[in-house]
Design a protein around this ligand. Structure first.
Ligand code: GTP
Ligand code: MN
Ligand code: MN
Length: 437
């Protein structure tokens, strides 16, 4: 099957990483439905829900690379990742005939889906926890807060406290403000360091669920210690609310064998999942003149942030001892009825905070692995998955966020840039804007 690759039209290559996948394309209503079904399959947690989810995602990725709008079933008949999928074809046909997918609309209306998406919308609450809560009969955020037996994690408490903020997309302007603030600190800590905003924003999106930063230094070793100092500095300025630091677990074998290649998407870099306090002053008047802002204005904006002590969270207060959780009061209702997301919006707006909560990820990579880390953290997730799949099946190599390992010659291959990685893999280079599968 592989020899077909060369003959295929560029839009119908076997692997998504061989295709150009722009952010905007004419088949949004089809891909949205397929990706909704992907998510629903994941939420269902059945025996083969993972592979069902992946089939929907692959079908969606195939459509995203089409330059023309789909008009009839035959338009998708020969596409890799769709031609064998009766279910996907049925969804596409339904949308062609009726303008929408009845299956999607049905799931959206179901209590099961609404409950699961409410709970999985809580930062720190995954699919199995959400399913457990549903099974316990919990139906609202109030139910969760009111349950004394849950033993909520530190991240879940934050996820509930900032439910509305963290479910509001981050704008590009907000991301830029955070990038500036982070870059300034890093420059002071270790001059010559690089701070790149990766993830969806690097691929050209103008909204994101978080902001991702890859930090490095051209001199190998000088990146060490930056993350800890950075987090301290940002916390001191009142810009961080929550940090979940993961120490590096990089070993020689993970780098040299690209071991975690396709099975596990987690890499081994030192990283931090955090909640950033974005000053409200940084939100409104930033849409057009963000690049002209001076360092002095930056500091001024930061000064409006209250000192960390003002609403400093105390970690040992949990619902288990019956004490109110700091910050949760704004979600509470005296009559015990459920609080809808729109009510939460109102209360949050009344909270008197001078900042909004935003998710920020930091990852630190040493110079020698930088290109691989950049490729991995630029995404999309589907692009990475297809590139690793391709690397394995076509090149007999393992690709990870740490390196590239040639299984035929039993050696690891170095690369300084993303372009070099594509070249080693015999793939045409794709800039980040073309990796939106
Ligand atoms: P939005 O944040 O929703 O805009 O999309 P995004 O593409 O930025 O997704 P996300 O922030 O979840 O991840 C950014 C990129 O980092 C994606 O390509 C992920 O695959 C990648 N990523 C996230 N976590 C890890 C990880 O632990 N290891 C590796 N190697 N990559 C990761
Ligand atoms: Mn992201
Ligand atoms: Mn992220």
């Amino acid at each position: 099957a592989l020899e077909e690759d060369g003959e295929d039209k560029p839009k119908n290559r076997r692997f998504a990483c061989q295709r150009i996948t722009p952010l905007n394309h004419p088949n949004q209503k089809f891909t949205e439905a397929l990706e909704f079904l992907e998510k629903a399959a994941e939420l269902r947690m059945g025996d083969n829900s993972r592979s069902r989810a992946l089939a929907f995602r692959k079908a969606s990725a195939a459509l995203k690379a089409l330059p023309e709008e789909i008009k009839k079933p035959e338009d998708v008949e020969n596409l890799y990742d769709i031609r064998g999928g009766a279910h996907c074809k049925g969804v596409i046909l339904d949308i062609l005939e009726n303008g929408y997918s009845a299956e999607v609309e049905g799931i959206k209306r179901s209590d099961w889906y609404q409950n699961m998406s409410l709970f999985t919308g809580i930062y720190g609450c995954g699919i199995s926890t959400s399913a457990k809560w549903c099974q316990m009969g919990l139906r609202s955020l109030d139910d969760v807060k009111g349950s004394y037996i849950l033993n909520l994690t530190r991240s879940q408490l934050k996820g509930i406290e900032y439910y509305n903020d963290l479910n509001t997309p981050v704008t590009k302007e907000e991301a830029k403000w955070i990038h500036d603030a982070v870059s300034q600190e890093v420059a002071a800590i270790q001059p010559g360091s690089t701070v790149v905003m990766t993830g969806g924003f690097l691929r050209g999106k103008d909204m994101g669920h978080d902001v991702d930063f890859l930090i490095s230094h051209p001199e190998e070793g000088k990146e060490k210690g930056i993350l800890g100092t950075l987090l301290q500095a940002l916390t001191k300025k009142g810009l961080l609310d929550y940090t979940d630091i993961q120490n590096s677990t990089v070993t020689k074998t993970t780098v040299q064998t690209g071991m975690d290649a396709s099975r596990n998407t987690m890499d081994h870099y030192e990283r931090c999942f955090s909640i950033f306090r974005l000053p409200k002053t940084a939100q409104s008047h930033r849409s057009d003149e963000s690049s002209e802002r001076t360092v002095a204005e930056d500091s001024a904006a930061m000064d409006v942030v209250p000192p960390a002590s003002e609403s400093s969270p105390s970690m040992d207060v949990t619902p288990a001892n019956g004490t109110a959780i700091p910050g949760l009061s704004l979600l509470e209702k005296t009559n015990g009825s459920t609080t809808s997301p729109s009510e939460i919006v109102q209360k949050t707006e009344d909270s008197g905070r001078s900042w909004v909560a935003r998710r920020v990820d930091f990852v630190i990579a040493p110079a020698g692995q930088y290109a691989f880390a950049l490729l991995g953290w630029t995404g999309s997730k589907m692009f990475n998955r297809s590139m690793r799949d391709y690397t394995n099946k076509v090149m007999n190599m393992n690709l990870s966020s740490h390196g590239l390992f040639d299984k035929t010659n039993n050696c690891s291959l170095q690369a300084k840039t993303e372009e070099e990685i594509f070249e080693l893999l015999k793939l045409d280079y794709k800039p980040p804007e073309e990796r939106n599968c």
